[in-house]
Design a protein around this ligand. Sequence first.
Ligand SMILES: Cc1cc2nc3c(=O)[nH]c(=O)nc-3n(C[C@H](O)[C@H](O)[C@H](O)COP(=O)(O)OP(=O)(O)OC[C@H]3O[C@@H](n4cnc5c(N)ncnc54)[C@H](O)[C@@H]3O)c2cc1C
Length: 492
Amino acid sequence: MALLLLRERPDLRVVILEKSTSFPRRVGEATVEVSSYFLSRVLGLTQFLNETQLAKQGMRFWFANEHVQKLDESSEIGGRYLARLPAWQVDRSTLDEEVLRRAAAAGAVLHRPAKAIRVTLKPGGLQVIDWQSSEAPDRPAATPLRARWVVDASGFSCLLARQEGWFQRNADHPTTACWARWTGVQDWDSHELAQRFPQWSAACQGIRATATNHLVGDGWWAWCIPLKGGDYSVGVVFDQRRVEWSRDSAPLGVRLKEFLCAHPVGREMFAHAEPVAGDVKWRANLAYSSRHYAGDGFVLVGDAAAFLDPFYSPGMDWLSYTVTRGSQLILAGLRGEPVKPLVDRHNRDFTQAYERWFAAIYQDKYDWMGDFELMSVGFQLDLSLYYIGVVSQPVKQGGAALLQPVFSLPPSEGPYRLMRLYNRRLASMARERRRRGRFGRRNDHQRFLLNGFLPDNSTGRAVLTGLRHWLMLELTEGWRTWFRARTAGATK
Ligand SMILES: Cc1cc2nc3c(=O)[nH]c(=O)nc-3n(C[C@H](O)[C@H](O)[C@H](O)COP(=O)(O)OP(=O)(O)OC[C@H]3O[C@@H](n4cnc5c(N)ncnc54)[C@H](O)[C@@H]3O)c2cc1C
């Protein structure tokens, strides 16, 4: 945000308060096409990313049922070849450090470690920020900062939203995550695995290890993300209504490993892996939003504004939209344009984007993500529509496309309704499959390998194929639930 503001107005005085002395290796490591566009082409970090991070090779999913004992028996969804558009697996400790360094080099005044304590908002006036600095411990208490605009980029701390009572937990989506950085994860592309499972190895001509590999189960998924240097970020996210996390007294890292190794692919990949000491994290109730995203004098960006779900890695996409639009709002205000209509539109667009993004993609997703057949249909539709409707926008229009968050413009109405519908229907079919003991029946010995998508109309064929497969499912089994009232998500 500081970089974007200073790029357009180098005369601005921008002050950054960062409470950490250095950035830890936090989550937010897989970029996708939109966040990669923002980091590489908008912020200009392509060379830095190439030199210091790993090129990402899409997403892969691994399923299990009672017929899966070995790696090559697990049904797989993923790319057959390398990805078509750039994305990276990033170590946030080095990436965030570089972004902050560039902001300071562009002229922002950085106080670090310095913590914002409270913001007194004054619409249209000067905002007052109380802060504490331990840059020089013997210095008298920091005098409050006064600024026409304050940007809350405090992440999950949600400084402003919590202070002002705007923070709202998403009660329809009770998810929890447990994660760590790991050493000793098996190399997915190793000679040893290729020798033991030659057909499995030959099925993918790309690189499996640098994808985001997902283990999936009933009501949960786990990510496995490689980081430059050899460590992996591995964690589990589960729907609290569907998964009971072990309550025994073993350390969290031990329970995390046990959970992962209960999946046959997890057993193969993590048998000799260990979490890095002191790096095991736990967070409940991941999804939340704010009742306000901007006002005359403040803007909320990134996680300080809202968070949906880590599945499909939308966190930094949301960050890209909130930062791009937020900086334009501030610049317009500083030019003397009337702020109220801009703020009203900002709040309307981001409220709608959050609600629709959730309803179209995430609501009740954990009901069906663990079934290979349903996930093959849903994943193909989700991804091809993301390419056609979302990824294609910055490709066609450049960075200005990031001014308009997903699902906030009228042409997105049809795709939104379609996505919400098939996600609901796949969830209903999953519940019915579970009731009839048929959930996950094709989680073994299947492979759904895609050739990759392009951000243009050629991807329309993948949408049509996905729709045809969905229709087939409706005709063969979906009819059982056509007239059944929708029960609350994740009923067992
Ligand atoms: C389990 C999990 C997995 C995820 N995986 C992905 C993924 O693969 N890809 C993806 O795109 N997203 C992912 N996300 C989301 C991603 O982590 C966030 O969207 C992203 O990090 C948000 O960045 P941010 O800058 O808004 O917040 P943060 O990265 O949290 O940064 C906030 C900064 O504010 C500082 N700060 C906080 N309070 C104060 C204060 N009072 N004063 C001064 N400084 C303060 C902090 O020190 C920190 O540096 C994941 C999230 C979770 C929970």
